[in-house]
Write a protein that binds this ligand. Structure first.
Ligand code: CU
Length: 154
């Protein structure tokens, strides 16, 4: 009878653990990510890439937004939680109905922030910035000042 040594057993578990990490469905890596124009609901100038799901449909989604320094999203809210992870650059995030750069808090690459549903907030990018947003779709946006809504501009 062959004995299973602890070392052999450890190797089996290690293989099993790594097996779990092998993607079974689509996986997007840096170069393969498809960047397009940002959604029409956001001010012009941003690029967006959807990593998982569809922010416009029901279910979980993961997307990234890429914008240059100075890009701003005026005060707005979502009817669901917005989870933001900063990938690159600095996201200045403020809570409230009016943009106030001094009141905005800096979030740097690696930082995570969850913005509760129905809570007015605004964002300003400092430096070339990429943020990853995940949540439960359909992801909506309501601007505090309707004139800030790019969908209403012609
Ligand atoms: Cu938001």
């Amino acid at each position: 009878m062959s004995r299973i040594t602890p070392r052999a057993l450890a190797a089996v578990f290690a293989a099993a653990a790594f097996g779990c990490l092998i993607p079974v469905s689509a996986m997007h890596l840096g170069d393969e990510m498809k960047w397009g124009d940002g959604p029409p609901t956001l001010p012009k100038g941003a690029k967006a890439a959807v990593l998982q799901g569809d922010p416009g449909k029901a279910g979980p989604f993961v997307m990234r937004l890429h914008a240059q320094s100075g890009y701003k999203v005026p005060p707005h809210m979502h009817s669901m939680m917005e989870n933001v992870t900063v990938i690159k650059g600095t996201l200045m995030l403020g809570m409230g109905d009016k943009i106030d750069e001094k009141a905005a808090k800096a979030h740097h690459a690696g930082d995570f922030v969850a913005i509760p549903a129905k809570t007015n907030h605004y964002a300003i990018m400092k430096g070339e910035t990429i943020v990853q947003i995940h949540g439960e779709g359909p992801f909506d946006i309501t601007y505090v000042n309707p004139d800030d809504d790019p969908m209403k501009k012609k």
